[in-house]
Design a protein around this ligand. Structure first.
Ligand SMILES: [Zn+2]
Length: 504
């Protein structure tokens, strides 16, 4: 009996030890085992399952480059959903100089470029609500609105307000839509002409404001209503003119749709308007909706909302764009430099070198608008023609980055005014090429090359004109000439078409 008991105990111990060893082995190699299965999913094109596992093992072994690369490659195979955007941005922001970081960064930059091309110039950044996206659900269109009657205002106030709603709908090709309703309780947007300037502005504790739009938000997330309160009269105690009411209402409806900030561009309805300062008011022009207003509303409604009237839109985000994927800086290391430069500017406000380096950093991050704002500011403080030439040249290039070729041309011409050098001439010819004016672009490139036959920018520009026109033999001739004058001209050039043209 005793013997048997000992035997059982011995076996039990052996089994326990074996189990412990097995578990230890499983733990030690678990990531490898999981990776093996993830690779299988990847090969069978089940990227979603593969990604889930890769993500898990990347978190488990964050230092492992191979897993990070596998996760990134897998993400790049998937449709660019909200989840994929979130993960790619996370990888790009790691700043670990890994292959994964480079791939993710490249994807984000390519997407941002495509996005700008698709929607054109816009002021999305100024449109957010404290950095969050606040907007109605597209499913709620047409948005019901109600105008409270007030016998003390001219009849045209109400008529023009209705036409302002119609303008938004028409100019966006029914992308946004409204419908008037007869009761306040049914409405999502409520317009109220309610009072005199003195009372109104003390109510809202503002210096001066002709109208104010206030969102009603429940639980910090659910948008219930937008209240637009408008003065009955202006600060001179006169009724607003029809044209003033039109601009004012178009502007406030912009707020009610989810534009929260204001632009510094007075051709946009979302310019500062009548807010706060008479300085802004004096610069305001009464203007209809422009293409930037329309682009911006279309972008706003393609972003995943943080605050919305539809709960589903807050939860099911896959069909929307992750706002940070479009807007946030990708490179944290650069971000640290940014903070340092801003600090330097604060300490040495006279030294424009710091401001220029900030503009340069923004440019490298694809933040062309910010870059230009700084440079425009600098142009007002300096008079040195050499420096002005350089700054306008860079401003023009930023506008090219934004695909705003008219502004690019205007600023390149300013640069040329300060310095009549081939760089500026060639830039102007290139902008004409971008605008599709191939005839003048060709003429100008040829003229520049006549005086400077080895000038790379002009030669490649002319070459691009010919490639666009499918005149490949001419393009090849120009390249051959360029190489003759400047054998290293194509050394750092990544465009394969040039190398291809030189092959035969
Ligand atoms: Zn406003």
């Amino acid at each position: 009996m005793k013997h048997l008991f000992r035997k059982i105990l011995f076996n039990f111990l052996i089994i326990t030890v074996l189990c412990i060893i097995l578990i230890a082995l499983l733990i030690i190699f678990s990531d490898k085992i999981l990776c093996f299965y993830a690779d299988k999913f990847f090969l069978s094109k089940d990227y979603k399952s593969a990604c889930t596992i890769y993500e898990f093992i990347t978190e488990y072994k964050p230092q492992n480059e191979q897993y990070k690369n596998k996760l990134t490659n897998c993400l790049l195979k998937m449709p660019l959903s909200y989840y994929v955007q979130e993960k790619l941005l996370e990888i790009a922001q790691k700043d670990d100089n890994s292959q994964a970081e480079k791939l993710a960064t490249k994807k984000i930059l390519t997407y941002r470029k495509y996005f700008y091309k698709k929607f054109g110039p816009n002021y999305l950044k100024d449109a957010l609500y404290n950095g969050s996206v606040l907007r109605w659900s597209k499913k709620s269109f047409p948005l019901p609105y109600f105008i409270k009657s007030n016998p003390n205002v001219p009849v045209y106030y109400v008529q023009i307000t209705k036409s302002a709603f119609n303008d938004w709908q028409r100019e966006t090709d029914n992308f946004v839509a409204f419908t008037p309703v007869n009761s306040e309780s049914l409405a999502k947007i409520i317009v109220n002409f309610n009072g005199d300037a003195a009372k109104f502005n003390s109510d809202y504790k503002k210096e001066y404001q002709a109208a104010i739009t206030t969102p009603v938000i429940k639980n910090g997330k659910i948008l219930k209503k937008m209240n637009i309160n408008v003065l009955t009269k202006n600060h001179l105690n006169q009724f607003f003119t029809p044209i003033q009411i039109k601009t004012l209402m178009t502007h406030e409806i912009g707020h009610a749709l989810g534009f929260w900030g204001h632009t510094k561009d007075n051709t946009s309805v979302m310019y500062y308007s009548l807010n706060n300062s008479y300085n802004y008011y004096s610069k305001r022009i009464d203007t209809p909706l422009n293409s930037m207003d329309i682009s911006t509303i279309k972008i706003l409604y393609s972003l995943a909302p943080d605050i919305s009237d539809n709960k589903d839109d807050l939860i099911i985000k896959d069909k929307f764009i992750y706002p940070a994927f479009l807007l946030n800086p990708i490179n944290n290391a650069k971000n640290k430099i940014l903070i340092q430069i801003i600090q330097n500017i604060k300490e040495h406000p006279q030294d424009i070198g710091y401001a220029l380096s900030l503009a340069d950093l923004y440019n490298k991050n694809g933040m062309y608008k910010e870059s230009n704002e700084i440079m425009m500011f600098i142009t007002k403080q300096i008079s040195d023609p050499e420096l002005l030439n350089m700054i306008y040249y860079n401003i023009a290039n930023n506008y090219i980055g934004q695909k705003d070729f008219n502004q690019a041309l205007l600023n390149a011409q300013k640069a040329l005014y300060y310095s009549n050098i081939p760089d500026n001439q060639s830039l102007i010819a290139y902008i004409k090429y971008c605008k599709g004016d191939l005839i003048n672009a060709e003429k100008e490139f040829i003229r520049i090359l006549k005086d400077n036959p080895g000038y790379t920018n002009a030669a490649l520009g002319l070459c691009d004109v010919y490639i666009t026109q499918k005149k490949y033999l001419k393009a090849r001739k120009i390249l051959k000439q360029l190489i003759k004058y400047n054998p290293q001209a194509l050394e750092n050039n990544e465009r394969t078409v040039y190398k291809f043209l030189l092959l035969f």
